[in-house]
Design a protein around this ligand. Structure first.
Ligand code: PMP
Length: 433
């Protein structure tokens, strides 16, 4: 074999390839960091929002049958399998109060997350801005980075006069200052993200609140990306309202949803975008570039799951189960004396840690030592209390992160025995208050 001198000099002397700014990542991401810490300290993981209980059997059966179905073994159309789009149109027409056209007003996405990316890509050029309400699901900012979009932030704040460290609040106590929202808008603003039910607050925006937001969107000709992945998980009779149903808003709203949340199958990676044809067509173009088409069997599995859910009252039952989990977890928090925000939707609870005192001289490992106090509190929970949550500063920009400093987010989409074990451990917190 001949040795090739030019080749060996290239390998030894050349600089290493440099990744683009789009994918640069400084510190370890919060999910990996806290999953690692959870394993290391044998903590109970109420951090990441994946279901800790099995998916419904009828959903899994529908998925298995679709895998065996020869019509599901090849490419689906980029817009999505007609079986699923037809079911979605049936399902959502009543909700939106209009007949949804499955051939023009729906695109099936690879989970809610891909839907978000498509909407940003469809309506933003590099340097264009999107408004996010903080605390905000962390993928928005990262998705914007992928398309060289710029996030602008407006915080949801607790009402003046309430004391979040001492009182149990409700998600309604977190409010948007509409003037602060307007102040973030510039000629480059193209997209306004609304997330209801909200992660991580659990806020379900009222019609009155959405009406105010809608007026701003109309005044400044913004596309509203309405992230409604928790649309079927609302409690206490709070109605889930889509901003797309408000007057003049169908024409400027893309709604993004997730089968992962609706049916407890986050690993299937099925979501959908719904909106007017003029909005959905550019989203389809972006989607066709990103993934071309979504896996066929799970689309048909979800189509059949929707059909059966209509017969077996699944969504009402599921809502009841989540409500029971929420209440179980809130009772556990009540026994600790910690203040928290009662969620009206989604499956997260923000716990206020303002009254917890980490002992003086307490030491943190290197991966935590240079992080903010919220991360330190998160670490303290994992190691000393034995229950993992996610530091809420993760859901804030650097400027607004002081607003999230005193909150840890816990996910209650876990089985009763896990919630009960967490409840026992959470009592340990009392010695630090
Ligand atoms: N939006 C919000 C607010 C979420 O919490 C999540 C999932 N955690 C998503 C979108 C993404 O959903 P999916 O898993 O279907 O991509």
């Amino acid at each position: 074999m001949t040795n090739h001198p030019s080749q060996s000099s290239v390998t030894t002397n050349a600089a290493l390839p440099v990744p683009s700014g789009r994918v640069e990542g400084g510190q370890l991401d919060v999910w990996t960091l806290f999953n690692n810490l959870t394993a290391q300290h044998k903590a109970i993981n109420l951090g990441q929002g994946f279901m800790g209980f099995p998916a419904p059997q009828f959903v899994k059966d529908a998925g298995s049958a679709a895998v065996q179905d020869e019509t599901c073994t090849q490419y689906a159309p980029p817009r999505g399998k007609p079986e699923l789009r037809n079911e979605l149109a049936k399902n959502y027409s009543a909700f939106f109060g209009r007949t949804i056209n499955p051939d023009t007003e729906i695109v099936v996405a690879a989970g809610g997350n891909e839907g978000l990316l498509c909407v940003f890509a469809a309506f933003m050029n590099p340097g264009d801005e999107a408004i996010l309400m903080e605390p905000a699901f962390d993928q928005y900012t990262m998705n914007l980075k992928m398309i060289s979009g710029v996030p602008k932030f407006v915080p949801l704040k607790t009402r003046p006069g309430v004391d979040p460290a001492q009182e149990v609040l409700t998600a309604d106590d977190w409010v948007l200052d509409i003037a602060a929202l307007r102040a973030q808008i510039t000629p480059r603003t193209k997209v306004l993200v609304v997330n209801t039910p909200h992660n991580p607050i659990g806020k379900v925006f009222s019609t009155a609140e959405l009406t105010e937001i809608a007026a701003v969107a109309q005044e400044f000709n913004l596309v509203v990306l309405s992230d409604e992945v928790y649309d079927r998980l609302t409690y206490e009779g709070k109605p889930h309202v889509s901003i797309a149903t408000l007057p003049g808003m169908w024409e400027r709203t893309v709604v993004s949803c997730s089968a992962g949340k609706a049916f407890g199958v986050t690993g299937w990676r099925i979501g959908w975008m719904i909106g007017a044809e003029a909005l959905i067509t550019p989203c389809l173009r972006a989607h066709t570039r990103y993934v071309f088409t979504v896996n066929s069997p799970m689309q048909v599995g979800i189509a059949h799951a929707f059909q059966q859910a209509a017969q077996n009252d699944f969504f009402a039952r599921q809502r009841g189960e989540y409500l029971a989990r929420r209440d179980r977890f809130m009772r556990a928090l009540d026994r600790t004396g910690l203040a928290y925000t009662i969620p009206h939707g989604s499956y997260f609870v923000l716990v206020n840690t303002g009254r917890i005192r980490i002992p003086v001289g307490y030491t943190f490992p290197p991966e935590i030592a240079d992080r903010d106090p919220c991360y330190k509190m998160g670490y303290f929970f994992t190691k000393e209390i034995g229950v993992t949550g996610i530091p809420t500063t993760e859901f804030y920009s650097e400027t607004n992160s002081p607003l999230g400093q005193d909150y840890i987010r816990f996910a209650f989409c876990k089985p009763d025995d896990v919630l009960d074990a967490a409840a026992e451990r959470l009592l340990r917190v009392k010695q630090f208050m």
